[in-house]
Design a binder for this molecule. Sequence first.
Ligand SMILES: *Cc1c(COP(=O)(O)O)cnc(C)c1O
Length: 365
Amino acid sequence: MIKFLDLKKINAPYEIEFQNKLKSVLEKGWYILGDEVKTFEKAFATFCDANYCIGVGNGFDALVLVFKAYIQLGKLQKGDEVIVPANTYIASILAIVEAGLIPILVEPKLETYNINPDLILEKITSKTKAILAVHLYGQLAEMDEIHKIALQNNLVVVEDAAQAHGATMHNSQLTTHNSAVAYSFYPGKNLGALGDGGAVVTNDSNLAETIQILRNYGSEIKYHNQYKGVNSRLDELQAAFLNCKLPDLNTDNQKRRAIATRYLSEIKNKKIELPFWDFSENHVFHLFVIRTSNRSDLQKYLAENGIETMVHYPIPPHKQKAFLNWNDLSFPITEKIHNEVLSLPMSPVLTKDEVSFVIEVLNNY
Ligand SMILES: *Cc1c(COP(=O)(O)O)cnc(C)c1O
């Protein structure tokens, strides 16, 4: 049986290192915002080629805190509209709502699954103040275009990079100097903790400072609260585990790209639509997502052959019960994607033979 994602196998090589970290944290007796968090923040900022990294509780909070900090800094106001892809994991949209802002959904390109910059312009009104770009499945959105539109319309740019740790453009993870980028370290992400975790990465010192205060009850000096903040700190132990794994992230992403390269060149079946990739470093293949008009049939066939697959995602956000008032809206490309996508096994621990088997079974379909 080939697992879609074998998390046990991914973390097994770190077992001794993890145990040593636990021991060291126990010996220090410091559990919240200690040396491990500081070390990780510094290392991840460097990894992202950015000035600041603030560790937070999870990827959702990373997004919410970026928006709340921009509100605190007067760059956004409650009720402002935020452009966001209709085709995303619902967390991107919920984060906008949680911050008191209004999500405005925009269709993706069918080829890349990412937001279509050409369609952003027609959704911009006098209330539009930000764009939340999502790098879905690990592939960067068209950030040059998005930044151009943002600049012309005086919009803040936020990036949801929960699926795209290490994807680079112009040799940098931060696509320009005025983005705020949100990351998740949920166990299944390209850089995953042993629990929840997240971070914001930015070059904006005011934003970084505000988020650092907001994540800790709005308090910089203990028991002095300057903002109505929240409790969302990256856990010391999770930071310690992430410190063990971060040095291998680039190698792991390279392994994912190697598997993707094989899938792309060796899967040959007219019933299967393969993902677009220009073979640059702008993709870290968090997921390898194919499309087919008869998904449930293909998924059943693969399962019968011992291959586990997943659907990311089965129901578009605008069709969810949580967004009843959007249920009648029509986003045909988003809906088509949700009906047809299927994620193949993809992870740095997938073996050559396993990849070969997946390809062989798909070609016999
Ligand atoms: C995982 C994910 C999130 C949320 O991250 P959590 O750490 O689970 O809160 C947000 N956006 C996208 C695109 C994600 O894949």
